[in-house]
Design a protein around this ligand. Structure first.
Ligand code: ADP
Ligand code: ASP
Ligand code: MG
Length: 453
């Protein structure tokens, strides 16, 4: 049995945090820990910026971004090792950084940045952080090894948003990783990164390290997947919007999945799916306050409250289609879904009436192509700059008057669309983006505020 501990960007960005990470890995020694690390905070952003600058032949901006990456990692390494930086570490970092320099130069010379090249560039952050951490473990005389996650985390070639192949990952983990995991030793590997069967580096999408941890945990039948971050668990709302928000002790898989999908950044939206399949508990904890509160997400758990938490997401676009009555209602909806599906425009919130349907799509959905196909059958109205605010709770469906309370609390924040999710644990509202924060605050105060919520 193994335990997966994933640490996010802020958890590995300073010497002090990295020492804490080592202490937490040490505390998990008996559980055969697999430590999954993100890039240090802001590194992935800087790598993206460098790649884009190189593509537009802006050598100065690309260099500035790389310089910042080098300086931050240098500071981290000096803070940990002082002047006694192990040779093997400086060699490994030099190798990563000079490869990065060559890749960026290639992009600049060609004036072309393919999704494949971009993945190869932006994955550098996770290789740097894991090299440094593995060297620090050795310094602390902890037994363990650095492991290249590309040996096991097989994905399809959709660069930037690669889709993992769970069956292949399981098989590869069994062959390549399982025997390295043992009590008293720590294996360190990268989040966010994967590889195709042909060996090309891929990434799982921004914030994807949580997902990596869950995928590896599921493949290895871990006893727990721990997501260590900079908050004490999943809160009743984003604490940056609602300072009074509180950590929730227990959530069901469905509640957590819904919150993540509707914008709770603390968990990547896909994290819960692999855990559900193997019924592995996921906990969310604060790296700097390991003895503080935390959240446990499990199948049999529930927040125990009608309303567990709020999440919100923006920008989204609201599309309203009104049938020109050339089709009956069933034919109309079938047509709409077919066209959206074919163009890969995923629908989040939807409400239907007899001859019209309103729905939200991502802000970058191919609206003109959708319009061209649907306009012969329907009026096609588009309202951009909207936000979805989701109210999530396992017992929402059994709570009388929930919608009335929600609308009363919204007050003059104009709700343009309201929809009860098919699983009945999510009540979603669509509002103007300018009202998003205010609505979250009002709903939290009215529905989740003290005492008791
Ligand atoms: P990491 O780098 O560790 O993956 P993230 O920045 O991705 O960390 O996620 C943690 C952040 O998520 C928190 O600092 C918090 O601002 C934000 N967040 C948004 N919604 C919630 C929520 N409901 N509960 C806790 N944190 C939330
Ligand atoms: N480093 C990646 C990102 O910033 C993945 C992650 O942090 O989860 O998106
Ligand atoms: Mg994250």
């Amino acid at each position: 049995m193994t335990r997966v501990l994933k640490f996010g960007g802020t958890s590995v960005a300073t010497p002090e945090r990295m020492r804490q990470v080592a202490a937490l890995a040490r505390a998990a020694l008996d559980a055969s820990p697999l430590v999954v690390l993100s890039a240090t905070a802001q590194t992935t952003d800087r790598l993206h910026a460098a790649a884009r600058a190189a593509e537009r032949n802006d050598g100065r901006d690309a260099e500035a971004a790389v310089h910042e990456i080098v300086a931050r990692h240098d500071e981290l390494v000096r803070g940990l090792f002082g002047d006694a930086v192990p040779r093997s570490l400086s060699d490994a970092l030099d190798e990563e950084l000079s490869a990065l320099g060559r890749k960026l130069e290639g992009v600049r010379l060609l004036g072309e940045l393919s999704p494949r090249s971009l993945d190869s560039i932006v994955s550098t952050g996770e290789f740097l952080s894991t090299r440094i951490f593995a060297a620090w473990l050795a310094r602390e005389e902890l037994d363990g090894e650095w492991f290249d996650v590309r040996r096991v985390l097989r994905t399809d070639p959709r660069h930037g948003e690669a889709e993992p192949d769970a069956a292949a990952i399981r098989e590869l983990c069994r062959r390549e990783l399982a025997e390295r995991l043992a009590p008293r030793r720590i294996v360190v590997t990268q989040g966010y990164v994967g590889a195709t069967s042909g060996g090309a580096t891929t990434t799982l999408g921004r914030g994807g390290s949580d997902w990596s941890a869950a995928l590896l945990g599921a493949a290895l039948d871990a006893d727990e997947v721990q997501i260590w971050t900079d908050v004490e668990g999943v809160f009743t709302a984003d604490p940056r919007i609602v300072p009074e928000a509180r950590s929730i002790p227990e959530l069901s898989f469905a509640e957590a999945a819904e919150l993540a999908a509707f914008g709770a950044k603390v968990l990547h939206p896909k994290t819960i799916q692999p855990a559900v399949e193997r019924r592995i508990p996921v906990t969310v904890r604060h790296t700097a306050r390991p003895d503080g509160r935390f959240t446990t997400i499990r199948a049999e758990a529930t927040s125990g409250r009608p309303l567990a938490a709020l999440a919100s997401r923006s920008p989204v676009t609201l599309v309203t289609l009104s049938s020109t009555r050339m089709l009956d209602q069933a034919g109309f909806l079938a047509r709409v879904f077919e066209v959206f599906g074919r163009h890969g425009a995923s629908i989040d919130v939807i409400a239907t009436a007899e001859v019209s349907v309103s729905l939200t799509v991502e802000a970058d959905a191919p609206l003109e192509r959708l319009r061209a196909e649907l306009e012969p059958f329907a009026r096609f109205d588009v309202v951009p700059e909207r936000a979805i605010v989701a109210i999530v709770g396992e017992r929402l469906k059994r709570t009388r008057g929930a919608a009335a309370k929600v609308l009363a609390a919204a007050g003059d924040c104009h709700v343009e669309l309201i929809s009860m999710g098919a699983n009945e644990i999510n009540l979603s509202l669509v509002v103007a983006r300018d009202d998003e924060r205010e609505l979250v605050k009002r709903l939290h105060a009215a529905l989740l505020g003290p005492p008791g919520g």
